[in-house]
Design a binder for this molecule. Sequence first.
Ligand SMILES: *[C@@H]1O[C@H](CO)[C@@H](O)[C@H](O)[C@H]1NC(C)=O
Ligand SMILES: *[C@@H]1O[C@H](CO)[C@@H](O)[C@H](O)[C@H]1NC(C)=O
Ligand SMILES: *[C@@H]1O[C@H](CO)[C@@H](O)[C@H](O)[C@H]1NC(C)=O
Ligand SMILES: *[C@@H]1O[C@H](CO)[C@@H](O)[C@H](O)[C@H]1NC(C)=O
Length: 353
Amino acid sequence: METRWSGVRNFKSGLCLWLILWLVVVKPGGVSACPKLCVCYPTPMTVSCQSQNLTIVPAGVPYNSQRVFLQNNRITELRTDSFGFETQVLWLYGNNITWIEGGAFSNLRVLEELDLGDNPLQRLEGGAFRGLEKLQSLHMHRCKLAVLPHDLFHKLYSLQFLYLQENQLHFLQDDLFSDLVNLTHLFLHGNRIRALSENVFRGLVNLDRLLIHDNRVRQVHRKAFRDLGRLTILYLFNNSLSELPGQAMKDTHGIQFLRLNGNPWSCGCEARALWEWFREARISSSELMCTSPSQRRGQDLRFLRELDFAFCPLPDPGSLAGSTTTTLSTKTRWWFSKNKPCIIFQVILPEEC
Ligand SMILES: *[C@@H]1O[C@H](CO)[C@@H](O)[C@H](O)[C@H]1NC(C)=O
Ligand SMILES: *[C@@H]1O[C@H](CO)[C@@H](O)[C@H](O)[C@H]1NC(C)=O
Ligand SMILES: *[C@@H]1O[C@H](CO)[C@@H](O)[C@H](O)[C@H]1NC(C)=O
Ligand SMILES: *[C@@H]1O[C@H](CO)[C@@H](O)[C@H](O)[C@H]1NC(C)=O
């Protein structure tokens, strides 16, 4: 009996000692606890664990950290239980992340900046960014992304900067960005996008910069830029455009910098609406070299003359929303209706016919 009691007492005092030791060493409350291999510093409360060959998000990151730096490690997965802390800035670029569980970030309620650049993500689940309603900046450049789920950006109402450049995207779903009412910068350059559909940019009413250069864009729907009234910078250089609907450009009322060089422009009748837009908008733009028809090769589409379009059929009023003025004077039109043009592409004056 005696020995048993003292055993219990010894056990109890041992427990006390451990408790005191734990309080001294670990200091719960997280004021100055710092995970192994990390450096921590205050104001703003920062935990920096970069370039440590970490393969998982370390445990013990203080709950109230404001910035958590985990870049250039070897982290492979992000799960809902990866983040036991709340932070405003989370850098995870240059890791080896291939899988993000749906809702992985949903505990990070105050997250404003998330950098996932340079990870071999390849594909993402629709719910990967669920709950990030305060997120302002999302970096996913060079992540080998080929397609994006249609609901990937749902409810990211605060997002202002979205970096998707240098991936392998070949297709963007309709309404992919439709919740991003506060987005100002959308970077899509260096992908393989082939077409911009009617609803691809729907909802982007605050977009200021749209960079889609170095893609394979051939087709732009005439309503593709309908919501982009606040756009000031549009880069479409180095694509495969031979035409661009004049109506699409008209919808971008505030455009200031336009780059359309490095495209194989057709400068026959199909160019007229764009040429007219340039004549009225008078904005600065890079060159638009014609590649066809052959006699206009090397000319700049912007500097074609009215006569270059003299023998084009009149634009279909329905397709231009009734707002385009024709380049043909009434007199020319009268002449045109009574005479069949003798040469189609070469410019000749009516009197010579
Ligand atoms: C990380 O791993 C690489 C390659 O194994 C090694 O050269 C480097 O020293 C490691 N870095 C650290 C901080 O352990
Ligand atoms: C990345 O993860 C894969 C397994 O998913 C592994 O084979 C590869 O070696 C890892 N790369 C680095 C640099 O750690
Ligand atoms: C969009 O931004 C404005 C100001 O930047 C802010 O007042 C508004 O709450 C934001 N909208 C949403 C839905 O977060
Ligand atoms: C267009 O792309 C080519 C090859 O991808 C590149 O060499 C060239 O610099 C790009 N042009 C511009 C204007 O960026």
